[in-house]
Design a protein around this ligand. Structure first.
Ligand code: MOS
Length: 750
């Protein structure tokens, strides 16, 4: 089954926030953003703004009746700056006007006097000065000191990875509508409707039941709308409360790029110890996470970094410390992989450095250290499969990697100014929110009198196809045609207290809750069928809309069964509740069993490099991926392909930098190079690993959103491999992204 939205997406019929028909009297909001990275606000003057054509109001901190606070984990971020600003793009006020353009025109008339303060953008400097967003954490196992003593080789290095713009096609936005009795209905392009509801209530000084948040779908999110969709929805709702009129806010692309958080840049120091047989004995690492000006989701992201220190390898002695450094940049936030890619890039850099120094192939070191069943992760969980090895071996066999290496060698021998490079990238990614309490979900199912079915869950459709998977789950339990299932919008009045759709776990958590609700209704229906057919309930089955007794079809069909059950006053609605069993984590010792399961895979990435210009192409990506027992390989392969391209973009062409004043340099699409169809790999081939799958995954179909992102990291090392083939003097450093500009410099470096 294809994504159920495919057709309406390509024909332009899918509804996003800005497509919702506007109610009469709708107003439009545009935020006033700080133009200074760190300053005391001496005065604000909106008098000219208020006089401008079409302007209705300017709202700022003094208009807030509740708490001027939107920090999700740590309360350290005001909705509107009051006395100080801490980053360029920080909201100070919001202009409400008859049209978006009137508000935007009026914004030029804002007068703010600042007294500039010291701007810090470098996390290492922030750390030196003691500017941390929250205390550092250390995960460890074994004894690294002893591990290094017992190592034959020890290498030190540094690895830095850059930021990344989510570049969701639909920018941040919200449409809020006044209802009677102070109630507000809010459409929001958010991954976390409950967070939006809760934050609006808190800022407006209302209870949560006054606020209804509704989401049909998002035009992409990638983590950028887990926390950071919230402030815009709060601004719209605040304006609704003040003005009693519908208010819409849709950020322009440039405002979105400047004001909203991105992937955390990391800079890290590592030390790796290996024995003569290339077994990694010990690994130490310090991560300096650039957190930006407020905590946002950084504590959780930093935690996931610490979980993914060793990627897909077993290392007996590990010590990893992570610092979240406070800088004067927009608060960095969730982005596909959630701190995992940053850790895995450091691990792969350490292996690449060791390989370079020892003059062996990185893949030899990788292969010798892959996780095996019963290995203990450094956080205490026991590895429950040999899937890391199985993926690796299947890749080598299925795609004949040895031959590929030979082909590349002979290509490089034949060409002077064109070189190819190859890298192998294994991955291992833990599935579950690392905060145990977030691993819960609910689903509400109605079977209507005519046999059609309405499903509400907490899952957010953001293009990944979760709604399609949910339809499959409901249809499979009842064994009815997929056309009978409708997935309703995600709405806080139907399904409450939801976790954001994030951590790759949307289909697992909401799917399991849906499964439970459907099974409950199914057992009532079977009971009814047993009565009608005078059979034992254990012999009853529903298959393709027909009731079977002892595997034999009867005349009783789905529609009749439902009609009869309804007339007999049987409950045809149910709420399912799921909370992931067995998971736990004890922060006081940093040990536990935080993940329901792990996802594994291995990719081989080949690049082609023009050694005169530094321009490169990603030739192909070959992958063996652990989908478990995929219930929808079309969707799942789509997720792999999209993630791979996004991962490649992160380490190759997507470059975000800030100048010393804290200005984002790539603040428009003309300055930010996201992979397009020409720079995407020429081919991506994905083979599913043959495996039984995990009972903890929905219908044994493993989570797929984030894990394949990390395959992209291989492009960085494949490029280095190609550079080495041209420049024998090249000594690699580990500073991602490796843009064509940096490649050109590397090709001719001494
Ligand atoms: Mo995702 S990066 O866990 O929203």
């Amino acid at each position: 089954m294809k994504n159920k939205d495919s057709h309406s997406h390509v024909s332009g019929k899918s509804v996003f926030i800005d497509d919702i028909p506007e109610l009469q009297g709708t107003l439009h909001a545009v935020p006033v953003l700080s133009s200074i990275a760190h300053a005391r606000i001496l005065s604000t003057d909106f008098s000219e703004v208020k006089k401008a054509a079409g302007v209705i109001a300017v709202l700022s901190a003094k208009d807030i009746e509740g708490h001027n606070q939107i920090g999700g984990i740590i309360p350290d971020e005001p909705l509107f700056a009051e006395e100080e600003v801490h980053f360029i793009g920080q909201p100070i006020a919001v202009i409400i006007a008859e049209t978006h353009f009137a508000a935007k025109e009026a914004r030029q008339k804002v007068k703010i006097e600042y007294e500039a303060k010291e701007v810090i953008t470098d996390p290492r400097i922030a750390k030196e000065k003691g500017h941390l967003l929250f205390p550092p954490r250390t995960f460890s196992n074994g004894d690294t000191e002893k591990g290094f003593q017992e190592s034959d080789y020890v290498f030190y290095g540094r690895a830095d990875s850059g930021s990344q713009e989510h570049l969701y096609l639909e920018t941040q936005g919200s449409y809020a509508i006044p209802l009677e009795n102070n109630n507000i209905k809010v459409y929001s392009s958010t991954q976390g409707p409950t967070l939006v509801q809760k934050t609006i209530a808190s800022v407006l000084g209302l209870s949560m039941h006054h606020i209804e948040v509704d989401v049909t779908r998002l035009g992409g999110a990638f983590g950028g709308k887990e926390d950071q969709a919230t402030p815009w929805a709060v601004m719209a709702a605040l304006a609704v409360k003040k003005l009693k009129r519908p208010v819409k806010i849709i950020l322009d692309r440039e405002d979105d790029m400047i004001a909203t958080g991105k992937r955390h840049p990391y800079t890290s120091d590592f030390k790796i110890g290996l024995d003569k047989n290339l077994k990694i004995n010990a690994f130490e690492v310090s991560y300096y996470q650039n957190g930006g000006a407020a905590a946002d989701l950084s504590p959780a992201i930093l935690e996931r970094t610490l979980f993914h220190v060793t990627n897909a390898y077993f290392i007996p002695n590990v010590k990893a410390t992570a610092y979240s450094c406070k800088t004067n940049i927009t608060p960095f936030t969730a982005f596909r992989g959630f701190g995992g890619p940053q850790a895995m890039f450091v691990m792969e850099s350490a292996i690449a450095l060791a390989a370079e120094k020892l003059q062996v192939k990185a893949s030899e070191i990788q292969s010798k250290n892959l996780l095996k069943e019963k290995d203990e992760f450094h956080y205490g969980q026991i590895c429950d499969s040999n899937n890391a090895r199985l993926c690796w071996d299947t890749l080598n066999r299925s795609f004949n990697i040895r031959q590929l290496e030979e082909d590349i060698k002979s290509f490089n021998a034949k060409h002077i100014f064109a070189k190819k490079g190859l890298a192998i990238m294994p991955i291992c990614f833990g599935i579950s929110f690392t905060k145990t309490s977030m691993n819960q979900a609910r689903a509400l199912v109605h079977v209507y009198q005519d046999g059609s079915i309405g499903v509400s869950t907490g899952a957010i459709e953001m293009g990944q196809g979760v709604n399609t998977k949910l339809m499959q789950v409901a249809a499979s339990v009842f064994s009815v045609d997929i056309s009978r299932i409708k997935i309703e919008s995600t709405n806080t009045t139907r399904v409450a207290n939801t976790s954001p759709t994030a951590a790759s776990s949307g289909a697992d958590l909401n799917g399991k809750a849906l499964l439970l609700a459907c099974q409950e209704i199914l057992s009532r229906l079977k009971n009814k069928a047993a009565t009608i057919l005078d059979a034992d309930i254990l012999d009853i089955e529903l298959k393709n809309e027909i009731v079977l007794v002892d595997k034999n079809p009867t005349k009783l069909r789905w529609e009749t069964l439902i009609e009869t059950a309804f007339l007999d006053r049987i409950k045809l609605s149910e709420v399912g509740h799921y909370s992931t069993p067995t998971i736990n984590f004890d922060k006081s010792i940093e040990k536990g069993h935080p993940f329901a399961y792990h996802v594994y895979g291995t990719a081989a990435i080949t690049v082609h490099l023009n050694c005169i210009t530094g321009v490169y192409e990603i030739e192909d990506v070959k992958i063996v991926h652990d989908f478990g027992q995929s219930i929808n390989l079309t969707l799942d392969k789509g997720q792999v392909e999209g993630a791979v391209v996004q991962g490649i973009g992160w380490v190759t062409t997507e470059e975000l930098d800030w100048d010393e004043q804290g200005n984002l340099l790539a603040n428009t699409l003309s300055k930010y190079k996201v992979p397009d169809i020409f720079s995407a790999p020429k081919s991506i081939e994905t083979i599913p690993l043959k495996t039984k799958g995990s009972e903890m995954a929905i219908l044994k179909s493993k989570a797929v959103g984030e894990p394949p992102f990390m395959y992209g990291i291989g492009a960085f090392f494949a490029l280095q491999d190609a550079i080495k083939a041209f420049n024998k003097d090249y000594s690699p450093d580990f500073l991602a992204p490796l843009t064509p500009e940096k490649v050109l410099l590397a090709l001719y470096s001494k």
